[in-house]
Each structure stands twice: as C-alpha cells, then as structure tokens.
Design a protein around this ligand. Structure first.
Ligand SMILES: *Cc1c(COP(=O)(O)O)cnc(C)c1O
Length: 367
C-alpha cells in the first residue's frame, strides 16, 4: 500500500522558510515585547505593499478582520449587508456581530462567487455594504460588483481569507475594495503559527478606525474613544508572517502549476472542473470539483488513500445558527446544489509530481 496522500501538508511551508521563521521566533522571545510593537508595524507595511495598497492593520483572526472592517464602515444594528449564499459561515457571523442582518445573494454557477447581476434585487433602504468573498482563491468580479455598489451608494468590503496572492485583471486582491479582510489561519495560503488576521485598504481614516477598535477603542493608553475590542495580531505571529511572506509568490506559482496539472489530467473525466474567467489569476487555495455522486466519490478516494474535504457541507442559511432568519431548503438552490456536489482535492505547495499524478489517477478511477 502506498503512503496515503493527505488533504493538506503544512510542513513544506515551514521547511522552505525555516531559518527565517526560527530566527523570528527567537528574536521576539528575546525582545521582551509581545504586542503592538515593531514586528507588527513591519508586517503591516509589508502586507500593504503586497496588496498594492497604502495601509494594513493586523488583528487577531479573519472573523475579527471582517467584523472590525464592517464596524469601521459604520455597519450597525438594523443595517443589512449583502453576502454570498455560498461561503464559509464566518462571512455571515461578522455581519451578525455588528447587529446587522446578512442578506444572501446566490453565486454564479460556474465561478462559485457572488453573481453581480443578482445584487440589485437584494438591495433595500437598509443595505450598507456589499461583502463579496474570493471563494477558493478565485477572485470575484469586482468591477461588476463595484458598479452596482456605486449606483446605490454602498461600500464594498471583500473577504480575502482564501485569496492571498490572487489577482483580478492584473491587480492584487487586497487593494480592490474600500476595505479587505484577511485571515492568516494556519491552513490559509499565508498562514501563521496560530490565529491571525488583517484589514487592508487605501483609506487612512478607515484603517485608523480599525486600529482603534482592535485595541479597546483606544489610541492613547487608558483613553477610550469608542467601545472597542481586544483583537491584536501578536508580535510572534507578525514576525512569523514576515518571515513567510517573501515565499508567498513562489508558493502561489507552485499552486498554479499543480492546478494546471490537475485541470489537464482530469480534462474529459466525468466531473465538473473549476472554471477560470480570463481576467482571473486564482490563488488556488482550494481545487474544488463538482460531482453528483460526491459522497461516494469521496469514500472511493479515501479507500485509495487520497484525502479530500468538503467546502462546505451545509450552507449558512440552513445552519441551526441562522434559524432566526427563517430561510428554508430550496431558498438558495444554486448554493444548495454546490454544497451537495463540491469536493476539494489535495493541493499544497511542495506536493510532489508523483502525488499529483496519483490524485489524478485515483479520481479518474473513481468517477
Ligand atoms: C478562514 C475564513 C474566514 C475566517 O478566518 P479565521 O481566521 O479562521 O477567523 C473567513 N472567511 C473565509 C471565506 C474563510 O475561509
């Protein structure tokens, strides 16, 4: 029996930057300074540069990046925020944490991302923000989304948690909206050694508001302007992220090579492959196929030693957590069909050609 292929292996991402990461950990340990110091400031500057924008603010995790970003845009109780019906539930939870209501809009069936042509019908006088997600690392159609938002005077905050290194019409994701929210959860394309997140954007005043909110609503110690939160990206995580950032471009390039091999090797097989719009340079956080017999396919692949995951098995509107909104099965059929059929194949930087070939052979033998 061959060695099983895991869904994800984070070891190569450490090994490729090991000397810089180890030095970063020791540097912080020896500095005696663990929060809101020069490691954070250095990472924020590097991350803003990577995003092709002016500012970034580190926060404790991706959910907080979305939450504090929405608060900075003025979202509060009684407001509505347009969200995709097909996303990880964190996108919706951030809206709820503001006391606002997530209003789902169906994705485009091919791209999995928010369908801009359906946004208009979901807008009400209470709508404040449109919150697209670059799901699976595929950039959403931001120009079309901005056109609708502008027409109705709405802000745009994008959930970039799966899109480190993605490009839209040649421009880096992270500088394409009023604010952009990032997660550095360990399994993301740029992952910390624990939780981490950031907000990026070009508006200095908005980013300053996020920095005040993340630190108890305080700019000057013990002087509190607003009711804030404790949501800081600590110095250890900031130093680790700075050590890993120089390797992100090469890691993204490797993901693109592996995705191309999977697309090529699986062409013609009886399944739906990811579709890439001409203007998109995906980050390939996930390689998601669709198959009507998804559960049986996943079981056959497991028997062949190929790890897979489902992103995601239950859409947010059908989760018990959102029973209060009164959505029923059938309300968002495009998203529901996706949740029944999607399966994520193994893909990580450092995955060997032999492993990719085995995944292709196993999928072809199982569909
Ligand atoms: C991971 C993720 C989040 C949340 O990030 P955390 O750092 O885990 O809080 C939000 N949205 C999407 C789409 C994600 O994939």
């Amino acid at each position: 029996m061959l060695e099983p292929i895991p869904f994800l292996d984070l070891q190569p991402g450490y090994q490729v930057a090991q000397s810089a990461i180890d030095a970063a950990l020791l540097r912080v340990a020896g500095s005696g300074w663990f929060l809101l110091g020069q490691e954070l400031a250095a990472f924020e500057a590097a991350w803003a540069l990577h995003c092709g924008t002016a500012h970034a603010a580190g926060v404790a995790n991706g959910l907080d990046a979305l939450h504090l970003g929405l608060l900075a845009l003025g979202v509060g109780p009684g407001d509505e925020v347009i969200v995709p019906s097909n996303t990880y539930i964190a996108t919706w939870l951030a809206v709820s944490q503001c006391g606002a209501t997530p209003v789902p809009v169906e994705p485009d069936a091919l791209s999995f991302n928010l369908d801009a042509t359906r946004i208009q019908a979901a807008i009400t006088p209470r709508t404040k923000v449109v919150l697209p997600v670059h799901l699976y690392g595929q950039p959403a159609d931001m120009d079309a989304i901005h056109a609708v938002a502008r027409q109705h005077g709405l802000a745009v905050l994008d959930d970039c948690a799966q899109a480190h290194g993605a490009r839209y019409k040649g421009r880096a994701v992270g500088g394409l909206a009023d604010l952009s929210a990032w997660s550095f959860y360990p399994g993301k394309n740029l992952g910390a050694m624990g939780d981490g997140g950031a907000v990026s954007g070009g508006d200095a005043a908005l980013l300053e508001r996020v920095k005040v909110l993340r630190n108890y609503g305080s700019r000057i110690k013990y002087h509190n302007e607003v009711k804030g939160f404790n949501s800081r990206l600590d110095e250890i995580q900031a130093a680790v992220l700075s050590a890993k950032l120089p390797h992100l471009e090469a890691a993204t390039a490797q993901r693109r090579v592996i995705a191309a091999q999977l697309l090529d090797g699986l062409a013609g097989a009886d399944l739906v492959l990811p579709q890439v719009p001409t203007w998109a340079d995906p980050a390939w956080h996930l390689f998601v196929i669709r198959h009507p017999g998804r559960d049986a396919l996943q079981a056959r692949l497991a028997a062949l030693g190929v790890g897979t995951l489902i992103h995601y098995p239950v859409p947010p509107h059908l989760q018990p957590a959102y029973a209060e909104l009164g959505h029923a099965a059938g309300d968002f059929p495009v998203a529901e069909a996706m949740h029944r059929e999607v399966l994520s194949l193994p893909l990580w930087p450092g995955m060997s050609e032999a492993q990719v070939a085995r995944v292709i052979a196993a999928v072809k033998a199982s569909v």
